[in-house]
Structures are given as structure tokens and as C-alpha cells.
Design a binder for this molecule. Structure first.
Ligand code: SF4
Ligand code: SF4
Length: 196
């Protein structure tokens, strides 16, 4: 089934800059503008490659994301993940959302972000969060049923870990990041068992 866009990109060009593209007709690394990007958007729009024609970010796909979620405005680029693209533990979920932080911590502390993500997790939708770093499955680091306020507290702790492991950070920082995330996950499991 072909996904249908709910809205047009407008002036956003986030995916043309932030995503890695590997297709026969276009290859580019992440966080580098596509060579076809001009000051007025795609310079080859009418003949752009199929990979570009078919790509729909989450904001264009999910009607319940309001206009403040447009990636260049929100600092968050969302991509839908099919169950087959998700870790085994989440393959019974109807779909997942990979959210890439394009800007900084303010993007994940925005009230609209916190409300939307808390509601999605309450419905069992996994949220994979990355910031030019390895992703974390947010649901595994936040107590079940967390509201926007608790989510904000957890993200204020988790985001610096993601940021420490950003692309370009040293191997030591990445190892420390993964170690601390593991500790965090075990702690969350412990809290869950204590509450049961
Ligand atoms: S990130 Fe989404 S809204 Fe922005 S240019 Fe790409 S598809 Fe369009
Ligand atoms: S070819 Fe056009 S639509 Fe595709 S990534 Fe480059 S600028 Fe964006």
C-alpha cells in the first residue's frame, strides 16, 4: 500500500539535509545538504529521484501531528517504522516512530512534543529517539503510563546521554553512553518490579 501524504512540505528541507540517502541515483551522507538543494528547495524537483518522491516524514503522514511538528519548526524529524523494521520486542506494535532530534534539548522538552509522545507510548507505540547518535527506545526508559510531566523529567536526564554520543563524539563517550543507558534500563525494570 502506498502511504498518502496528508500535507505538503512547504519551506521545510530537513530530509534533504539530515538524512543519509543511498539510492542508485542519489547518495549522500547524513547532516550534509544534498547537492541538488538550492535556496528555493529542490533544484531538480520535477525530475527528483524516486527515493525522494516516495519519502514521507511522519509530519506529512500522521494527521494528528499539528503544524508545529513540521521538522524545520519543531527540530524533530519523525519517520514511521513498520513492525518488521523494529526490534523483536516491539514487533506486535502496529507501527513505531523514529524521532530524530535535529536541534537540541529544547525540541524534546516542548509541551506539544511531550503530550504527543506520552499519548503515543500510552497506546503502545514505541518511540525510537536519536540525536545524531545511537537511538534509544524511549518506552524502555520511562515508567509505563508516564504523563507529559514525568516524561519531561526523564528526557531532561536522558537527552544529555544521547547528546554525549552524538556523531563525531569519541568512542569512550559512546561506550559510557551505552553503559549508562544499560544501568538506566535496569533501574527502570527494578522500579517496575517494585511497583508490582
Ligand atoms: S522532512 Fe518532511 S516536511 Fe521536511 S522536506 Fe522532508 S518530507 Fe518534507
Ligand atoms: S534530490 Fe531534491 S528532493 Fe531529493 S534530497 Fe536532493 S534536494 Fe531533496
Amino acid at each position: 500500500m502506498t502511504a498518502l501524504a496528508k500535507r505538503a512540505c512547504g519551506p521545510c528541507t530537513a530530509c534533504c539535509i539530515d538524512l543519509k540517502i543511498v539510492a542508485p541515483e542519489l547518495k549522500k551522507i547524513a547532516r550534509v545538504p544534498c547537492p541538488h538543494l538550492s535556496g528555493k528547495g529542490c533544484g531538480i524537483y520535477e525530475t527528483r529521484p524516486g527515493v525522494c518522491r516516495e519519502f514521507l516524514c511522519g509530519w506529512r503522514l500522521f494527521e494528528d501531528m499539528d503544524n508545529s511538528w513540521r521538522p524545520d519548526l519543531s527540530g524533530i524529524l519523525t519517520m514511521r517504522r513498520a513492525p518488521s523494521e523494529m526490534p523483536a520486542a516491539w514487533q506486535n506494535a502496529p507501527y513505531g516512530m523514529h524521532m530524530v532530534v535535529l536541534t537540541g534539548q529544547e525540541a524534546v522538552l516542548r509541551p506539544a512534543f511531550l503530550r504527543y509522545v506520552a499519548q503515543a507510548m500510552a497506546r503502545g507505540i514505541p518511540i525510537f529517539l536519536s540525536a545524531a547518535s545511537p537511538y534509544i527506545t524511549l518506552n524502555e526508559h520511562v515508567p509505563a503510563g508516564a504523563d507529559a510531566s514525568l516524561l519531561k523529567q526523564r528526557l531532561a536526564e536522558l537527552y544529555p546521554l544521547l547528546n554525549a554520543a552524538r556523531f563525531g563524539a569519541g568512542l569512550c563517550q559512546r561506550i559510557r553512553f551505552l553503559y549508562r543507558l544499560q544501568i538506566d534500563r535496569e533501574y527502570q525494570k527494578y522500579l517496575g518490579k517494585s511497583a508490582a
